[in-house]
Design a protein around this ligand. Structure first.
Ligand SMILES: Cc1cc2nc3c(=O)[nH]c(=O)nc-3n(C[C@H](O)[C@H](O)[C@H](O)COP(=O)(O)O)c2cc1C
Length: 185
C-alpha cells in the first residue's frame, strides 16, 4: 500500500516528527511504500480562497501524496489544547477527494500526560474530510517524549512505548488494507 505521513510540526527537533519517522520505519519494514512530508522542512503557503497557489511545488507534492495514499497518518504537537497551526493550514488546502474512505491514524505529542484534545480535534477534521478514523490513536506525553528525541536510536525507544506504537500501527495498517481491498473489489 501507499502510506502518506504528514508530520505537522514547525520544529526541526519535534518529537511528533521523530515518532512519524519511526512509524515510517515500521510501515517500510512491512513492505509498504511510505511518503513522509515534514511541514517544517517542506513549508506550505497559507491557504487563501483567493489564491490556489497553482504550480507551488511543495503544495502540489503534498496534495499528490494524499491523493495517492491508501492510508494516512497525521501527526501534531498539542498546542493550546488543539492541533498545530501548520497542520491545520495544510489540511485547509485539501478536501474529501484526498481522504474519502481512507484509513487515518492520528498521532500527537504533548507536554502533559496525554494529548487527547488535539487527537479529538484531528479526528473531527478527518470525519469532516470523509476519512475513516482508526479506532486507536497514539499519544506521547511528558516523559514518553524522551524516546523520540532526535538523538535516541529507534532501538532505544522505551519498550512500553514501543509496544503501544507497534500495536497501533499494526491495527492502522490492517484497517487500511481492509478499506483498500473493499474499494478495489
Ligand atoms: C504554543 C504552545 C502551546 C502548548 N500547549 C500545550 C497544551 O495545551 N497541552 C500540553 O500538554 N502541552 C502543550 N504544549 C507543549 C507541547 O505540546 C510539547 O512541547 C510537545 O512535545 C510538542 O510537540 P513536538 O515535540 O512534536 O514539537 C505547548 C507548547 C507550545 C509551544
Amino acid at each position: 500500500m501507499n502510506i502518506t505521513i504528514i508530520a505537522g510540526s514547525n520544529h526541526s527537533a519535534a518529537t511528533s516528527t521523530r515518532l512519524s519517522e519511526y512509524i515510517k520505519h515500521l510501515a517500510v519494514q512491512e513492505g509498504h511504500n511510505v511518503t513522509l512530508i515534514d511541514l517544517y522542512r517542506t513549508p506550505l503557503p497559507f491557504y487563501s480562497p483567493e489564491d490556489t497557489h497553482g504550480g507551488h511545488q511543495a503544495l502540489e507534492g503534498f496534495k499528490h501524496a494524499l491523493l495517492e495514499a491508501d492510508g494516512i497518518v497525521l501527526a501534531t504537537p498539542e498546542y493550546h489544547s488543539g492541533i498545530s497551526g501548520v497542520l491545520k493550514n495544510a489540511l485547509d488546502h485539501v478536501g474529501q477527494d484526498h481522504f474519502n474512505n481512507k484509513a487515518v491514524l492520528s498521532v500527537s505529542s504533548a507536554g502533559g500526560a496525554v494529548a487527547v484534545s488535539s487527537l479529538t480535534q484531528l479526528q473531527t477534521i478527518v470525519r469532516n474530510l470523509h476519512g475513516i478514523n482508526c479506532p486507536e490513536w497514539i499519544s506521547i506525553g511528558g516523559d514518553q517524549r524522551k524516546s523520540f528525541r532526535v538523538d535516541v536510536a529507534f532501538a532505544d525507544i522505551h519498550p512500553d512505548v514501543d509496544l503501544r506504537v507497534r500495536r497501533v500501527v499494526r491495527s492502522f495498517l490492517g484497517l487500511a488494507q481492509q478499506l483498500t481491498a473493499s474499494v478495489t473489489k
